[in-house]
Write a protein that binds this ligand. Structure first.
Ligand SMILES: [Zn+2]
Length: 289
């Protein structure tokens, strides 16, 4: 056991070097095909940063991230991701067939979020009872949708942009009202300049929520499960072209951009979550080209 831990320590040190290379744009050096399978192996692409994600493979029978179980595919592949406010240290632990464990410490790089200080008071007062009477069932439906496990395989894919246009809002950006932080922006906003622009599924998925009528904030909300706890939500659509339970393929037109719900102009708000972690869609697609 001691020697195993020692060798994993070396593997982790190698990983740190690889990540340095990643930041410098040289990419991780992957082990050669002839090398013995490591208990936990991280694979590109992905990013060990707040709001980012990584795919990997394990020879273990079970895997956990900071003590919470991580879903494993039949081939040992897995996805892990890091919340916008994730702490810098994380630990992957694999339960091995031999009965032992293998650990891989991870360093999650912080991001410089766009913070805007404004000299106005934060809007006071909580939600009214009337609002919550409508809102509570909407939130319950969103939570129920996120709890569904569909077996979708989109998590294995390189994501594509659902639509191309101007990025009118970045993930993670936040306003601070006279020193009091407001909620950060939970998604990425894409504006094409008009309502009605079709948008596509960024990866394979299953429709887990398709609003029949507009939600108070999200408007015509559409949600896709991509498998392994990863899901997308698309807000403010003018029209949904799929229904709950539909299997959709990457690139398939699923809805049209709009400004239903709380929106000041037509745009697509795309947010992604892995479990409770809020993620930056930009780190799934790469830059818009
Ligand atoms: Zn938005």
């Amino acid at each position: 056991m001691a020697s195993r831990r020692q060798s994993l320590g070396l593997a982790a040190a190698g990983l740190a070097g690889g990540l340095l290379a990643l930041r410098q744009g040289r990419g991780l050096i992957l082990p050669s095909a002839t090398a013995a399978a490591k208990p936990i192996e991280l694979l590109l692409p992905g990013a060990l940063t707040q709001g980012g994600w990584l795919r990997g493979r394990t020879t273990g029978q079970a895997l956990s991230l900071d003590g919470r179980p991580v879903a494993l595919a039949d081939d040992g592949m897995f996805l892990i991701a890091f919340d916008r406010d994730a702490r810098p240290a994380a630990l992957l632990t694999a339960q091995l067939e031999t009965g032992g464990t293998a650990e891989l410490p991870l360093t999650v790089a912080p991001r410089a979020w766009q913070i805007e200080n404004v000299n106005i008071a934060r809007r006071g007062g909580g939600p009214t009872d009337d609002f919550m009477a409508i809102r509570a069932p909407e939130l319950a439906r969103i939570a129920a949708a996120r709890a569904l496990q569909t077996g979708a395989q989109g998590w294995r894919q390189k994501f594509m942009w659902p639509a191309k246009g101007r990025i009118s809002g970045k993930f993670g950006s936040q306003r601070v009202y006279r020193g009091e932080p407001g909620a950060y922006h939970s998604g990425l906003d894409i504006a094409t300049g008009a309502s009605g622009t079709p948008y596509v599924a960024p990866a394979d998925g299953v429709v887990i929520l398709a609003a029949e009528r507009p939600f108070t904030l999200e408007g015509n909300l559409l949600m896709l499960d991509h498998g392994m706890g990863l899901n997308s939500a698309f807000l403010h659509s003018s029209q949904l072209l799929v229904k709950e339970g539909d299997v959709v393929w990457q690139g398939q037109v699923i809805a049209r951009i709009g400004m239903t719900g709380r929106a000041t102009g037509p745009h697509l708000h795309w947010s992604m979550k892995w479990g409770d972690a809020r993620l930056d869609p930009l780190l799934f697609t790469g830059p818009m080209v």
